[in-house]
Design a protein around this ligand. Structure first.
Ligand code: SF4
Length: 265
């Protein structure tokens, strides 16, 4: 079994507890306007021409994003840092793109990690079939679960898919006792209005095992250069970084609702 991987980053400290190795899987069924990894969306290898300046001279080269890797090869990369993971309470994080978009590879890799007693985190939009969730749930120690918008029509507009499976899967994971931290990407005038915050808070409180922590991920322009670089359309145009004062207000709102709040991962 192989998976389509576009990056493996070691010594990550923002993708779950402790020191982690993050495996970035290529392909995603959503199409968020603010995606900061536009090169991760297509479930296929892509080749781009890259240009770099050195000493006033331009150098061009072709670069391929995405590589088919067997589970064993990915495990080899993960196990290089076992000592750091064990000492820091870390592990491996599967991210993307959307890792649930490659369910067979993901299940096999998660099982292998569990067999080797490695803590597993899934950084996911939750957009998947119920069957996929049932298969991976027993081997997932922690979900970093994105909720992007509570309004289904706006979810379809900005993510190109309904939020129904995402919300239903979260309820199912909660019923089964899965550990979840919510990640809320905050984007000005798109999902930061009071009605959306109220609905999100109400929904999270209605879960059988209420979520305790929300991580706010404020929009930043860091990924916007990638759109030009990889020849993709940037629908947010020149939107500036999310305002700090407003982020503070949103953090205070969720704290007031009883959640622990962190900014960033
Ligand atoms: S779910 Fe994540 S990877 Fe997929 S389009 Fe949205 S931000 Fe990008």
């Amino acid at each position: 079994m192989t998976g389509l991987i576009f990056d493996i980053r070691r010594f990550s400290v923002h993708d779950g507890p402790g020191i982690r190795t993050t495996v970035f899987m290529k392909g995603c069924p959503l199409s968020c306007w603010w995606c900061h990894n536009p090169e991760s969306k297509l479930p296929a290898c892509e080749t781009f021409e890259e240009s770099r300046m050195f000493d006033g001279q331009e150098f061009r080269q072709m670069r391929t994003i995405g590589k088919e890797m067997p589970v064993a090869e990915v495990m080899e990369e993960i196990e290089k840092d076992l000592v750091f993971m064990n000492e820091s309470g870390g592990g491996v994080t599967f991210s993307g793109g959307e890792p649930l978009f490659q369910p067979q590879f993901l299940e096999e890799a998660l099982r292998e990690c569990r067999r080797k007693d490695i803590h597993t985190t899934l950084d996911t939009s939750g957009y998947a079939s119920r069957e996929t969730i049932e298969r991976i749930l027993p081997y997932t120690s922690l979900f970093l679960y994105d909720i992007k918008h509570m309004d289904d029509e706006l979810h379809k507009r900005y993510m190109n898919q309904s939020n129904s499976p995402i919300l239903e899967n979260l309820r199912f994971i909660s019923e089964r006792g899965g550990q979840v931290i919510i990640r809320f990407p905050v984007v000005e005038k798109i999902n930061d209005h009071r009605e959306n915050l109220d609905q999100l808070s109400l929904f999270l409180k209605s879960l059988p095992n209420p979520v305790k922590e929300i991580d706010l991920l404020p929009y930043h322009r860091i990924g916007s250069g990638k759109y030009a670089k990889f020849g993709k359309e940037n629908l947010l145009g020149s939107m500036p970084n999310y305002p700090k004062e407003r982020l503070q207000e949103i953090g205070d709102f969720f704290k007031g609702q009883g959640f622990a709040v962190k900014t960033g991962g």
